[in-house]
Design a protein around this ligand. Sequence first.
Ligand code: FAD
Ligand code: NAP
Length: 338
Amino acid sequence: MEIRKDVSLKPFNTFGIDVRCSHFVQIDSDEALEALLAESVFLSQPKIILGGGSNVLFRKDVHALVVKNEITGIAVVREDDNHYWVRAGAGENWHGFVLHCIRMGYAGIENLALIPGCVGASPMQNIGAYGVEIKDVFDSLEAVQIPDGSKRTFTRDECDFGYRESVFKRGEKDRWIITHVTLRLNKRPVFHIEYGAIEEELEKINSDRLSIKDVAQAVINIRSSKLPNPAVLGNAGSFFKNPVVAMDLCESLRAAYPEMPAYPVSGSEVKLAAGWLIEQTGWKGRRIGSCGVHDRQALVLVNYGGATGDEIYALSERVAGDVQERFGVTLEREVNLF
Ligand code: FAD
Ligand code: NAP
């Protein structure tokens, strides 16, 4: 374990923002983490825990110790007639983990294929895509408390998952280093293919017997055709959450915009598609200097190269401001700001 000083975070965030941190360390085991907890730098500096850096926007240099979690390992820790309990290190690449589960026949996360980042961050915002969220298969996670180093296991209920939310973005924010996540995966798949273009894509794949591999492949195909690859064009996925609004507001908007997509989440609340709202304000495909709004998905802000975090933040303010003005809907950022 080497604690380096004055390190560029450009390779460690998918927006590709070139900021520097005062201290940087990579930890690849529980033992390395334990040793880190005793280091004076750890005790004296603010800390930022990083996985794949695919859901962060660094606005400026950070005077903090950035701890990149690279704890790996995947194991089945329990099994019954219907389920496997699979425990993975926080530093496992999420998509690699999904592919491993598919190869082994562990079902339940195939719809979450190709989401960038690491296993350890997956509970942070209850990652979700194509009608499945990690909470659907979540069993527990293990974490180490900052700064006293005490260990705790969080159950599903204790994570208090919501839509792109968990306790780690609210009351327990910045207090824990997640080291392992355990999912309860299915021996017999339960397919979720009614969402978006999955069924249409599956017809093209034309498999004799539907499998979790087919579903993952359909998701991979759709995502690859729509979303910018961060290795080519800097981005952090959806910059904003889809807003959940009161039914009354939705109905009044629907009167003015009958084609507006809206999905009920309860008897009194409705989820709107932030990408659609942004598109209506004319931002889709617009570029301001080195950053802009992606031309195939208006929810994604992109760095064409050399944009600063503050420039991307300012763009997000303008986009959200225009949505607020036109629709009276407040967009909340999904990306974590530093
Ligand atoms: P990071 O960006 O490194 O960190 C995110 C947050 O978690 C930060 O606040 C960080 O401090 C904290 N954190 C990270 N690791 C730990 C840890 N071990 N312990 C404690 N705190 C930690 N998200 C979805 O939900 N659904 C999608 O479909 C989706 N698609 C995406 C597509 C693209 C092209 C991109 C770029 C992003 C997408 N995302 C999506 C967002 C992102 O990939 C996920 O939120 C992912 O889980 C972030 O993982 P990460 O390891 O990169 O987290
Ligand atoms: P899409 O299929 O074009 O749909 C647009 C929005 O409408 C989505 O955000 C989705 O909400 C909602 N939606 C569509 N069908 C729905 C249904 N049957 N029930 C409830 N809500 C529905 O979306 P997309 O941009 O191509 O993304 C596809 C999936 O990948 C989505 O689930 C999206 O969340 C996920 N994704 C997430 C990120 C990220 O960074 N968070 C980035 C890219 C893609 P939901 O978002 O709630 O699903």
